[in-house]
Ligand binder design. Structure first.
Ligand code: ADP
Ligand code: MG
Length: 270
């Protein structure tokens, strides 16, 4: 068989095997192999590596789309000097994703604007980039979705979707009071993830002691906390809002409204 026919056959096989990454890299890999006098097995190795890398990148893109992350915030862009309450070494340890492999949870607590969602999204992005499935929901989205799902008898499917994620991010717990059906659903989600040893990141503007106030009954709040805190890292951020701080430092506003205590109880999303 001539080289030209073999080349055509290789292209055809790669196409049929849906090895698009290898197909795209074929000419480049063959040319370099020839120029650098590589062994056939080395050329094959490079070609397969290009396919594996392309598949991984595609997976990352798909997981990013499916994750529901509202914006992309990177841990590298977090300003630790502006928020001395956040220990860089704790965040760096979390960014190794050991917590995810161990099925541990992470809780970011603090008033509006201190970077809870930023840090949660930063960790979520790290997880996606390393090939993990992430699912992000605000509590409000979870309540809306779960009501619809219960109405249409899909509750099981919604729970399965949330359970399938290697990392579930629940943003803004405590921003709204929960009705009994919503609270039970939330408990089921947290409990199932706990039983399957899968990580959850929660952000909340309420301290643990205040969580009971947003639940229809304290027993459920305690049971939920029990599951979440069994294996967990809690990051308490008691600083002031990053945006307010910046504006204040730029001389645009006074200190009014910038204290953490003022903002903590406001039922406003940050
Ligand atoms: P929270 O969820 O605690 O209400 P966010 O994470 O939404 O706060 O932060 C509000 C805004 O301020 C976001 O745009 C976020 O990226 C930014 N921000 C907050 N803290 C920091 C920080 N320490 N460094 C960089 N950006 C920050
Ligand atoms: Mg937030």
């Amino acid at each position: 068989m001539s080289g030209a026919v073999s080349y055509e056959r290789v292209r055809d096989h790669l196409g049929r095997l849906k090895m698009d990454g290898a197909l795209l890299a074929l000419d480049d890999v063959l040319e370099r192999g020839q120029k650098e006098e590589r062994l056939p097995v080395e050329v094959l190795d490079t070609l397969l590596e290009r396919e594996v890398n392309a598949r991984f990148e595609k997976r990352v893109r798909t997981y990013l789309t499916l994750s529901g992350l509202p914006v992309q915030k990177r841990l590298e862009d977090f300003d630790y000097e502006a928020q001395p309450q956040v220990a860089r070494d704790v965040i760096e340890e979390l960014s190794t994703l050991r917590f995810l492999h161990n099925g541990e949870n992470v809780l970011f607590l603090g008033p509006c604007g201190v970077g809870k969602t930023h840090l949660a999204i930063g960790l979520a992005l790290k997880a996606i980039e390393r090939g993990h499935r992430v699912y992000f929901l605000t509590l409000h989205d979870l309540v809306t979705k779960s009501r619809l799902a219960r109405e249409r008898n899909w509750a099981g499917r919604l729970i399965s979707t949330i359970l399938r994620a290697d990392l579930f991010v629940l943003d803004e717990l405590g921003f709204q009071p929960l009705e009994p059906g919503d609270a039970t659903f939330l408990f089921e989600v947290v409990n199932k993830r706990y039983q399957h040893q899968k990580s959850t990141i929660v952000t909340s503007n309420k301290s643990f002691g205040q969580w009971g106030d947003t639940f229809p009954d304290t027993t459920l709040a305690v049971a939920l906390l029990d599951r979440l805190l069994h294996h967990a890292t809690t990051v308490n951020i008691r600083g002031e809002s990053y945006r307010l701080k910046n504006r204040r430092e730029a001389g645009l506003i006074g200190t009014l409204g910038a204290s953490s205590g003022d903002e903590a109880g406001k039922p406003k999303s940050g």
